[in-house]
Design a protein around this ligand. Structure first.
Ligand code: BGC
Length: 751
């Protein structure tokens, strides 16, 4: 039995010390689909966990992770794809807080979210549940979500760790990713959130990474997560992700979910008896489970309630902030309240407001755009026609009715998008086209000559390049949650000024996308051959035109950037500017800061997002904006040295309103940190030349030998390792002398 000191210092350890091996093993696997094991007799009751991430999916009866059985009603907030286009951590934290209050009222201790996987492919069926193609944006929004949830005493579960970037074969695929790309692109958001928010749990992914399943991946779950990042919480499996329970415990996976009805607990006990698993390993996993349970139990509150009406209002506000206005020719929007309007499209009446699968919420109420629009104008000024069916069957007469409705209107609002079956958790899209029935309808509507505003509902980008030039307005509504219909009406009528910005690029063609030839992989392997060139990093590097760039979005007002400056202040790169709202309405702009390094020793994207700020500015006002970027944001991951390095040089700091609308470029000298590999006689002549303490000597020697600077001979010489080059110096340099020089040079760099 534990003594009193252990009991007070570490109650979880004390409880675990009092358990039998069977009880410990039972604890490390779920007690049911959504609950941890119930060991109340030993003082360890069970707690409940539920999905996540844009609302609470609490299943009171039974359990499934495919969205088959309904959960209790809960507020369906905009899924991550829409939340990300707010670029507003403050709002995302509010959503987290609201979900946590609902969890508390439902006696749920951990909400399974956020999903911070990177949108590597536009085709990933689950993109709606993820934030962005950019790791920094995903990191900051995911952190805000966790902050909001955990501030209410509820635990978060950061998922899916890691590289779960496709649904095809998600339980069997191995993502083959080089070390630099993993750290810079696919692990970055996890690392940031672990460091800043200490999520109570991290959920491992289904897939393998470089041949080892995440659930049994000791490098990932222990070396990276705990030893390098300092994670102290619990690692839970994705539902059914464990292949070998004993290997998973070795790797650092504490809690397997859901219940395996005792099967894997028996395996754990047997391997303990056989000496394959050490008692310490099992105790550590069990202690982490007990810690999570004790935290959860301490926060349970039978009296907790929440206000569904207030949460519905929040869902509407976030949805309005998420809407991205992509095109607004001749100010077709906002609509005048007196306009004669046609509303076309089944999606106006039957909104698609969330994605399918484990995150499927039963909403507490549901706004549809049609009711919200008709509620704002005289009944005889609006005509509705569904235009198409959501099952994509071509029904005679539907398009003709829609054309008739549009022909008599001043503006036709055309609601298009992906029906639920076209994208979902569990499978990927094969293309990025809208359903053919919808595109054919749009072609006929274009023929009417009526001004058209297309409103899209989709979880991830669709191709608009076939028709966008021939419509007057375009709104990207993503999937906006239960308040989306009202939010769309607010934007259409100018009650809300659109301020959403794209968190993912809208490509012109699927053939242009970075993963086009490497998705979803062959023979259970997918090669991430594009490396760090994901999303806009790819389109910029290859100079590929896009329909709408990352970070883009219009407003009903206009903004002017002035006096932009950037300088290093201690450990931060400080960017300052003045932002003026030059239009007639209040609005919000998202100022984005990107950096690039033209003269770089490594292959780099042209620009990478390093900081951003969403700024509200009243009409006619000017506000100062300061964005502080930790210098460590500029680091790159060196695969050769298995660590982060900062390359010194003149960085281009670009301040813009999208990745391609840059208003100011400032060059800033940044000192390197750890970026100089030690000099040896196997370093090349070029590397010797680049070293400040020996470059003059080497240059002088080369010139004395008659190699003109900038000549091809000089350039050829630079590629040679010094060991071989010595022979060409006619005795001016010796191997012994160079060894000594290198030692001196390395000492001077360290000093
Ligand atoms: C999903 C997770 C989810 C879990 C429980 C899995 O299929 O990948 O995101 O939290 O089911 O529903």
């Amino acid at each position: 039995m534990p003594d009193d000191r252990t009991r007070t210092a570490n109650p979880a350890a004390a409880l675990v010390a009092s358990l039998t091996a069977e009880q410990k093993a039972a604890l490390t696997t779920g007690g049911s689909f959504w609950r941890t094991a119930d060991l109340s007799e030993a003082g360890i009751p069970s707690i409940m966990v539920s999905d996540g991430p844009h609302g609470l999916r609490k299943q009171n009866v039974g359990g499934d992770h495919l969205g088959v059985l309904e959960g209790s009603p809960a507020t369906c907030f905009p899924p991550a794809t829409a939340m990300a286009s707010t670029w507003d951590p403050r709002l995302v934290a509010q959503v987290g807080g609201a979900i946590a209050r609902e969890a508390k009222a439902a006696q749920v201790s951990v909400v399974l979210g956020p999903g911070v996987n990177i949108k590597r492919s536009v085709r990933c069926g689950r993109n709606f549940e993820y934030f962005s193609e950019d790791p920094l944006l995903s990191a900051h929004l995911g952190a805000a979500w966790v902050r909001g949830v955990q501030a209410e005493g509820i635990g978060a579960s950061l998922k899916h760790f890691a590289a779960n970037n496709q649904e095809t074969e998600r339980l069997r695929i191995s993502a083959e990713i080089d070390e630099r790309t993993l750290h810079e692109t696919y692990l970055k958001a996890f690392r940031h959130i672990v460091a800043t928010e200490k999520p109570r749990t991290v959920m491992c992914a289904y897939n393998a990474i470089n041949g080892v399943f995440a659930a049994e991946n000791r490098w990932l779950l222990t070396e990276v997560l705990r030893e390098h990042w300092g994670f102290e919480g619990l690692v839970v499996s994705d539902w059914g992700a464990v292949h070998d329970r004993v290997e998973a415990i070795h790797a650092g996976l504490d809690l397997e979910m859901p219940s395996t009805s005792g099967r894997t607990a028996a395996e754990v006990v047997a391997s303990l008896a056989a000496g394959v698993l050490s008692p310490d390993e099992l105790d550590t996993a069990a202690e982490r489970v007990v810690n999570l349970v004790l935290r959860g139990i301490a926060e349970l509150d039978d009296e907790a309630t929440y206000d569904p009406a207030l949460h519905h209002e929040l869902a509407r506000d976030v949805a309005a902030a998420a809407i991205v206005l992509l095109k607004n020719d001749a100010d077709v929007l906002p609509l005048a309240p007196t306009a004669r309007i046609a509303v076309i499209g089944e999606l106006a009446r039957t909104p698609r407001f969330q994605g399918s699968g484990s995150s499927l919420i039963v909403p507490t109420q549901l706004d549809d755009a049609l009711s919200s629009i008709t509620g704002r104008i005289a009944p005889d000024a609006v005509r509705f026609a569904p235009g198409y069916r959501l099952d994509n069957v071509d029904e005679a007469g539907l398009a003709a009715d829609a054309v008739a409705a549009a022909s008599g209107a001043e503006v036709a609002l055309v609601f298009l998008g992906l029906p639920p079956q076209d994208e979902s958790e569990g499978y990927d899209r094969e293309h990025i086209e809208l359903p053919a029935v919808q595109v054919e309808l749009l072609e006929q509507l274009i023929e009417t000559g009526t001004r058209l505003v297309v409103v899209l509902s989709n979880g991830s980008a669709v191709r608009v390049s076939g028709w966008v030039d021939r419509v007057d307005g375009l709104i990207e509504g993503w999937l906006l949650g239960q308040g989306g219909g009202e939010a769309i009406a607010r934007v259409l009528f100018g009650e809300a000024n659109p301020s959403g910005r794209l968190a993912e690029t809208i490509p012109m063609r699927i053939q242009d996308t970075p993963d086009y030839l490497d998705f979803p992989g062959d023979e259970l392997t997918v090669k991430y051959s594009e490396g760090v060139f994901v999303g806009y990093r790819w389109y910029d590097a290859r100079e590929i035109g896009v329909s709408f760039p990352f970070g883009f979005g219009l407003s009903y007002t206009a903004f002017e950037y002035s006096d932009a400056s950037a300088e290093v202040q201690g450990d931060v790169l400080q960017v300052r500017l003045q932002l003026t709202n030059t239009g007639a309405s209040d609005g919000a702009e998202t100022v984005q800061v990107y950096t690039g390094l033209r003269e770089s020793a490594i292959r780099r994207p042209l620009r990478e997002l390093r900081g951003f700020a969403k700024v509200h500015v009243a009409a006619g006002e000017t506000v100062p904006v300061t964005i502080d970027i930790p210098l460590s944001e500029l680091d790159h991951y060196s695969a050769a040295e298995h660590g982060w390095r900062r390359e010194g040089g003149s960085y281009t700091v670009s301040v813009g309103s999208s990745s391609r609308d840059i208003h100011a470029e400032i060059e800033v000298d940044i000192a390197g940190v750890g970026d100089r590999a030690p000099l040896t006689i196997d370093s090349t002549v070029g590397e010797w030349l680049a070293h400040p303490s020996v470059s003059d000597l080497v240059r002088g020697t080369i010139e004395k030998l008659g190699f003109e600077p900038d000549s091809y001979r000089f350039r050829m010489a630079q590629q040679m390792p010094m060991r071989g080059a010595v022979a060409f110096t006619e005795g001016q340099l010796t191997l012994e002398g160079l060894v000594q020089l290198a030692a001196d040079a390395n000492r001077s760099t360290l000093g």
